[in-house]
Design a protein around this ligand. Structure first.
Ligand SMILES: NC(=O)C1=CN([C@@H]2O[C@H](COP(=O)(O)OP(=O)(O)OC[C@H]3O[C@@H](n4cnc5c(N)ncnc54)[C@H](O)[C@@H]3O)[C@@H](O)[C@H]2O)C=CC1
Ligand SMILES: O=C(O)[C@H](O)CS(=O)(=O)O
Length: 483
């Protein structure tokens, strides 16, 4: 589904708006480079106005009962599923992922609204048994206030609802800034909340210049928390700029996930899971495998089986139901993947398959799915997040060696273990320095579980009972009893 010739990418206090400057931004299909539409595109001025309206809406929204807030989330959940196909078409058109993946993302995104429609009603306070006979001690949960949500282009639906679900459920009001490459999906989700009657000012959207909008959101004392998903570099900048007002943050940043294929792994399963992890969304996910360590004794068989499957994957326009590998988001992304391959080959790596831009006739940003062997730990692909369809495979001999290698980077988002040994499950899960561990599973993200990284992959949780507590202050009330 292609949207109209011009859309409004700014929604403030219940009104879709043009930008003050009249600026518009073209939204491009990464598979064909065709212009989908143009949207009004704001900046600092629009962001500050959105914060003002969110602040004005906060008292009434936060004073609604949890059940009342929950109802809006549940209705939005139902509407997302009713409009799944249209939302998936919009998502694929602007982001590029295969339609099959886009449909799955819409379902996943909706599940976060359902989960927090339920969790809204389970944010409990506490009465603490007092140590003094004439004092009562209470802890009461309260919404933090106005929050800013800044989201990336790789999951334009689920990254939005992972933040809207818990923040709205907690009673916060929101200013949302979607990625400039993929605003249409976020706009469609905001339209759903508008259709279910979310009060004006509770949810505001500002598509616009990242620096200007970012500056407004970090420097406004009225924004009490920024929830951000994106690169570690931008996360670092947001931390610095938020220090002035001691602003709370929740940061889902970059990753460099290792897959550890142990000698006792179910080999067929390990091959299938590695393929699925690495090449989902053309490798443009923060928790996809960025490197594989495979035990030396099974390495040749693992690489051979994997290569056969990689070579069979259909590359093309995501809107084509048969497509498995869609385009990358932009030219820079293709060049980063190519740079990692060129650097690895220069340092002695061997290309088993891929290793070049796809020469299809679609005109977009395509890179062939690539497997590298004979790699070493000095290569860029083994140290920098590739965020593309390139998989370096290194062998190891001992469990001690592979733990050391897996933990040697500053990232700590997700790691995966392929083993049939219960002992190894616990030995490795406890030794690996990551916020998320998948054991014979490479799709750990789910609404009922806390998703988040450690080290330079950020902090804070999205999903689970923990996810809503990011948006709640636990206030201690001490009451003296008069005799
Ligand atoms: N941990 C996670 O879940 C995810 C991490 N990432 C990481 O992000 C990178 C690629 O995704 P991108 O969207 O290009 O990341 P990015 O960090 O450049 O952009 C993410 C969002 O931040 C905004 N932004 C950029 N500079 C900003 C600033 N100075 N102030 C405020 N907002 C700003 C962008 O417009 C976008 O909305 C990769 O390194 C990837 O690993 C991306 C998606 C998910
Ligand atoms: O940003 C991402 O890569 C997502 O977090 C991946 S997932 O959690 O949706 O699987």
């Amino acid at each position: 589904m292609i949207v109209g010739q011009k859309e409004k990418g700014i929604f403030i206090n219940g009104e879709w708006r043009d930008s003050y400057s009249g600026t518009v931004r073209a939204i491009i299909n990464p598979a064909t480079l065709e212009k989908l539409t143009e949207i009004s595109y704001g900046g600092k001025e629009e962001a500050l106005e959105a914060v003002e309206e969110a602040k004005a809406a906060f008292p009434s929204w936060s004073k609604k009962t949890a059940r009342e807030r929950s109802t809006f989330l549940y209705k939005a959940y139902e509407k997302m599923l009713e409009n799944k196909e249209q939302l998936a078409q919009i998502l694929t058109s602007e982001q590029g992922k295969p339609l099959t993946e886009a449909r799955t993302e819409i379902e996943s995104a909706a599940s976060y609204l359902l989960w927090y429609a339920e969790e809204a009603n389970r944010v409990y306070g506490e009465i603490i048994p007092s140590s003094k006979v004439n004092r009562r001690s209470l802890v009461i949960p309260q919404a933090i206030g106005v929050i800013a949500a800044i989201t990336p282009w790789n999951f334009p639906a689920s990254m939005v609802t992972r933040k809207l679900g818990p923040s709205l459920a907690a009673g916060c009001t929101v200013v949302l800034k979607p990625a400039s490459q993929t605003p249409l999906t976020a706009m469609a989700i905001v339209k759903i909340f508008e259709e279910v009657g979310l009060p004006k000012g509770v949810l505001n959207l500002v598509s616009g210049d990242a620096k200007g909008v970012g500056e407004a959101l970090t420097q406004s004392p009225d924004v009490r928390l920024i929830t951000f998903t994106g690169s570690t570099e931008v996360g670092r900048e947001l931390m610095k700029n938020s220090a002035q007002h001691i602003k709370k943050l929740s940061l889902e940043l970059g990753g460099h996930a290792p897959i550890l294929v142990m000698d006792d792994a179910n080999l067929e399963n390990a091959v299938d899971l590695t393929l699925a992890s690495k090449f989902r969304n053309c490798g443009q996910t923060c928790i996809c495998a960025n490197r594989v360590y495979v035990h030396r004794e099974i390495a040749d068989s693992f690489v051979e089986k994997l290569a056969v499957k990689v070579k069979s994957m259909k590359i093309g326009n995501g809107i084509d139901e048969a497509t498995v590998i869609g385009p990358m988001i932009d030219r820079n992304a293709v060049e980063k993947a190519a740079e990692h391959v060129e650097d690895a080959v220069h340092q002695g790596a061997t290309i088993i398959t891929g290793g070049k831009e796809w020469q299809g006739n679609l005109g977009g940003h395509f890179y062939e799915p690539t497997i590298l062997v004979d790699v070493n730990d000095q290569m860029k692909v083994m140290n920098e997040e590739t965020f593309g369809p390139v998989l370096p495979i290194e062998t190891f001999d001992s469990i001690e060696e592979v733990i050391e290698k897996a933990n040697q980077l500053p990232y700590g988002l997700a790691a995966y273990i392929m083993t049939e040994s219960t002992n190894r499950v616990f030995q490795l899960s406890e030794a690996l320095e990551y916020g998320i561990i998948g054991v014979n599973d490479v799709f750990p993200a789910t609404a009922e579980a806390p998703f988040g990284g450690i080290k330079e992959s950020g902090f804070g949780k999205e999903g689970g009972k923990e996810g809503i507590m990011e948006f709640v202050e636990m206030k201690y009330v001490s009451i003296g009893m008069t005799n």
